[in-house]
Design a protein around this ligand. Structure first.
Ligand code: HEM
Length: 97
């Protein structure tokens, strides 16, 4: 029987997956677009639709946070030289100081 340690060693190293990140960003963007459009529509009659406006606004927080996270991840990976994102060119931020 395998111990947990040998199991972990046998597993292939997990690699960054820019394609998965791209899908996540695109899906989150689509959800945001729909919610944001609905949020803007409530502004046409904010007097009567304030509850819906606040509800949709709160709902927007989740996808907005997720999209910020997924784009930040891509940004960070790019500037730390992830080869899968930079086609092997490696783009590290240079410190001029
Ligand atoms: C992307 C998100 C949001 C957008 C673009 C947005 C936009 C706006 C705009 C343009 C107004 C002015 C409407 C007017 O006076 O004719 C407004 C009013 C207001 N919003 Fe939002 N909002 C958002 C999210 C939220 C959230 C999350 C909340 C609550 C937590 C909220 C609460 C309110 C309230 C209380 C008013 C005042 C309504 C009134 O004057 O009677 N909004 N919003």
């Amino acid at each position: 029987m395998k111990t947990r340690e040998t199991q972990i060693r046998a597993e292939p190293a997990r690699r960054a997956d820019p394609a998965g990140n791209e899908r996540l960003t695109a899906m989150t963007g689509a959800v945001l677009l729909v919610l944001f459009a609905a949020e803007c529509l409530t502004l046409l009659n904010i007097g009567n639709l304030l509850t819906l406006h606040v509800f949709l606004g709160m709902l927007l927080l989740g996808p907005a946070g997720l999209k910020t996270g997924s784009t930040l991840w891509r940004f960070t990976r790019y500037y730390t030289g992830c080869r899968r994102l930079t086609c092997g060119r490696g783009r590290r931020l240079r410190c001029s100081g």
